[in-house]
Design a protein around this ligand. Structure first.
Ligand SMILES: Nc1nc2c(ncn2[C@@H]2O[C@H](COP(=O)(O)OP(=O)(O)OP(=O)(O)O)[C@@H](O)[C@H]2O)c(=O)[nH]1
Ligand SMILES: [Mg+2]
Length: 513
């Protein structure tokens, strides 16, 4: 979807749907008494619990969206002033920034504002820039090489122009500042893409064309080799055989198996394709590849992720060693936080002491709540107690990490069953999402993991990681065709912004060109 149409859509929606920009999911928050400090968690001494980010004290009224973008569209309708002043965060939770929120950060501006020159220049640049988030960021960061006061000032200014409520702007800048400190990032090139990602999520612009192409580029680069080989071999095949005879289909099956689609899935895919090729008049290789791509899109569309339910929404993360469970929890929690949810992580992998520490560090970086018990504790007890905390402290989402050891397969499966059981006892319907994480570079082995885990714990979703590496990619087709379990996200790197919702069309395009 193009940027303009997205903004137009947002604008149209405004007349009917009333949703806040930065806090779509926020509910009426809890009182101070209802929020015991997370440091009371019975966690080992060395684990530092992360305090969840401060929340506004009243439900936030939806602001008028993106007025500057509207001006860019030539729609000069002035938004009405909001009826209530946005609450600010309590004193002790105020941002550590040395740059306070500018006094000028108000809901309603006088008609003629005397702006500092940099603001006038920036506004002018934005109004004349291509309306893409990356380009806007380029203007915002012009002349800035490091984090610091000037950056915060500019960010506040941009958020103010987009009519983001004051408390949410503060929260956004504060979190980003803390994150930079934690990561020890100083220079713009170290944090630019994270900033863009956070802005895209916070402003609900993730399906903006610019963001889409950033994701597509990464995916496409990851699958470069497979795409080239698939394309070249299909071209060669058609130039040699010249027709769709048995030899053609057999060869094509080989090609797909080499791309990690696997035997069963390749066979199924070709059985679906054959009648379509016969019916139509597919003369050239490109038309054939188009048909193949459309078929893949259809296959991906046959499985859709179930709607999100439950408050808190309980997400159980499962998978074998090293596939990326813990990192994916951090990435998903980060997304949810940026979308205004209150999130907790529970250290259900008590098998390795380092696993608890790893999750604890992630929770701090992300700014999520954290629950852990000691190394070797019963993972089901961790899950149960974390759930109690999530329920009493009004969390929106809780992610439960689990161990991935395969050398003790049976124990692990029993452990997962028990975790599921106790979660269901604590809250009917929990876990609401059981996600299997698969490492795409392990190829066909990933399929046996789907089989193993789906026999034990009903799987709701699959996340495929490491598609940025040496993965051939075909495994996604196999998962979709053989197991009909929706693929919700794909991992494209180790950074927080490297997890994106799976898009079947993009994937088919990246695979076949
Ligand atoms: N390139 C790349 N690396 C990833 C991705 N996702 C995770 N990783 C890396 O994979 C490694 C293992 O990730 P973890 O999150 O620790 O995996 P895990 O499944 O929790 O592992 P165990 O706790 O040992 O079972 C880490 O170095 C991650 O940074 C991805 O999408 N791309
Ligand atoms: Mg882990």
């Amino acid at each position: 979807m193009g940027f303009f149409s997205k903004i137009k859509k947002i604008w149209k929606k405004e007349e009917t749907a009333q949703q806040p920009v930065l806090s779509k999911e926020k509910k009426a928050p809890e009182t101070e008494q209802e929020q015991p400090p997370v440091t009371e968690i019975p966690a080992p001494r060395e684990i530092v619990s992360a305090e969840p980010a401060p929340r506004a004290e009243q439900p936030i009224q939806k602001p008028e969206k993106l007025s500057l973008f509207r001006k860019l569209l030539g729609t000069q309708k002035e938004p009405p002033a909001p009826s209530i002043e946005q609450p600010s965060v309590p004193d002790q939770e105020k941002p550590a920034s040395t740059v306070p929120l500018p006094d000028t950060y108000t809901q309603e501006k006088p008609r003629a504002v005397q702006r500092p020159v940099w603001q006038t220049d920036l506004l002018h640049a934005l109004e004349h820039a291509e309306p893409k988030l990356s380009i806007w960021l380029e203007h915002l960061l012009t002349g800035i090489s490091r984090r610091g006061d000037i950056l915060w000032e500019r960010l506040y200014f941009l958020l103010e122009q987009l009519e983001v409520p004051k408390a949410e702007a503060e929260d956004f800048v504060h979190r980003f500042e803390l994150w930079l400190e934690d990561m020890d990032y100083e220079r713009v090139e170290e944090f630019r893409s994270e900033l863009q990602y956070r802005l895209a999520l916070a402003l609900d612009l993730e399906d903006e064309e610019d963001e889409q192409s950033r994701l597509f580029l990464k995916l496409s680069n990851g699958l470069n080799k497979t795409r080239e080989q698939l394309s070249k071999r299909i071209d060669q095949l058609l130039s040699i055989t010249g027709s769709y005879d048995e030899a053609f289909w057999e060869e094509l099956e080989e090609i797909l198996i080499m791309a990690d689609v696997g035997y069963e899935a390749s066979h199924k895919l070709l059985e679906r394709l054959k009648p379509k090729v016969k019916q139509g008049e597919i003369a050239d290789a490109q038309t054939f590849k188009d048909l193949l791509r459309d078929e893949l899109v259809e296959i991906f569309n046959e499985t859709a992720c179930p709607p999100r339910t439950g408050t808190p929404e309980v997400v159980l993360m499962v998978g074998v060693n090293g596939v990326g469970k813990t990192t994916t929890i951090a990435k998903l929690a980060h997304r949810a936080q940026m979308q205004g949810k209150k999130v907790m992580m529970a250290a259900g992998d008590t098998f390795r002491a380092a696993a608890i520490e790893q999750l604890s560090i992630w929770s701090k970086r992300v700014g999520a709540g954290f629950y852990a018990k000691e190394h070797g504790a019963d993972p089901a007890a961790v899950a149960y107690e974390a759930m109690s905390m999530a329920l009493s402290d009004g969390y929106d989402q809780i992610f439960i990490d689990t161990a991935g050891r395969i050398q003790t397969k049976v124990d692990l499966m029993e452990e997962l069953k028990k975790i599921k059981r106790v979660l269901g006892k604590k809250m009917a319907g929990a876990p609401h999402r059981t996600i299997l994480v698969l490492d795409a570079t392990t190829g066909q082995n990933a399929l046996s993991q789907v089989k193993l885990f789906s026999q034990t714990v009903d799987l709701d979703e699959i996340v495929l990681t490491k598609l940025d590496g040496t993965a051939k990619g075909g495994i996604i087709v196999a998962v979709a065709l053989e197991y009909k379990i929706p693929i919700s996200f794909i991992g494209l790197g180790e950074q927080m912004e490297d997890l994106r919702p799976f898009n079947g069309e993009d994937f088919a395009k990246a695979l076949l060109g």
